[in-house]
Design a protein around this ligand. Sequence first.
Ligand SMILES: C[S@@+](CC[C@H](N)C(=O)[O-])C[C@H]1O[C@@H](n2cnc3c(N)ncnc32)[C@H](O)[C@@H]1O
Length: 250
Amino acid sequence: MSASGVRHADRARGRLWPDLAQRDSVLEELMDDPDCDPRRLAATYRRFDLVNRAVSGWGGVYRAHVRPRLRALGRPARVLDLGCGGGDVVVRLAGLASRDGLDVEWVGADPDPRALEAARERERPGVRFVSRGSAQLLADGERFDLVLSNHVLHHLDTAQLRSFAADSRALARSVVLHADIARSRLAYGLYAVGVTPLAPGTFLRTDGLRSIRRSYRADELARTLGEPWRVATPAPFRVLAIAEGQADRD
Ligand SMILES: C[S@@+](CC[C@H](N)C(=O)[O-])C[C@H]1O[C@@H](n2cnc3c(N)ncnc32)[C@H](O)[C@@H]1O
């Protein structure tokens, strides 16, 4: 595989651009290799902050979905960022909620100790990080008001995706929000250009392009998750899978 993520098969067909009509579920991201270069991985987790601010649209999701749910609770809340990676999304959301005067305990969870090492550099009052996956949190008896994730879904195979989705609903009393990239040629082209200044010393270029190839379109994600999930498109090149939580329901 070349650094741009264009496969041999695409090159053989004379394509400089990969075929994005179909989701590529086989292509692996460099960061998902347990033996990948630890320095590049740490730099990638740290620089996700800038990429997530530019592409992930959590400001809008916070205003449309997170803030109204937190306000409706009328009491202090617990919110979980599942697969928090370097922890920047949960820290950003904590800042937004704090400015709105909301009382929230924020937890970032990730089973990968390499992610946790980067996330713990961002620990601050009201935000803590735990080395746990979704199934472990459930087994621990943890429950939250809101459960959310960013850029986790496209990393998982179908069976893992369905367990992750089911675990997240079982962990949440209120709503679950899983945000991810929506696959498109335009997203691929814009990312290939836009990531260039941020990419040196990281996996951001190769893995970002592979992520776009692995990611779902809204209708594909809705079909794969099934009822009761619905999939919105809250911003360009974004999908947001939404379902009500099931925790503490009889
Ligand atoms: C690309 S990273 C996304 C990190 C971060 N959310 C972000 O947006 O930058 C995907 C993360 O999901 C985590 N992950 C995968 N399966 C998980 C599970 N079942 N429960 C919690 N985290 C999981 C991985 O360890 C990895 O750190």
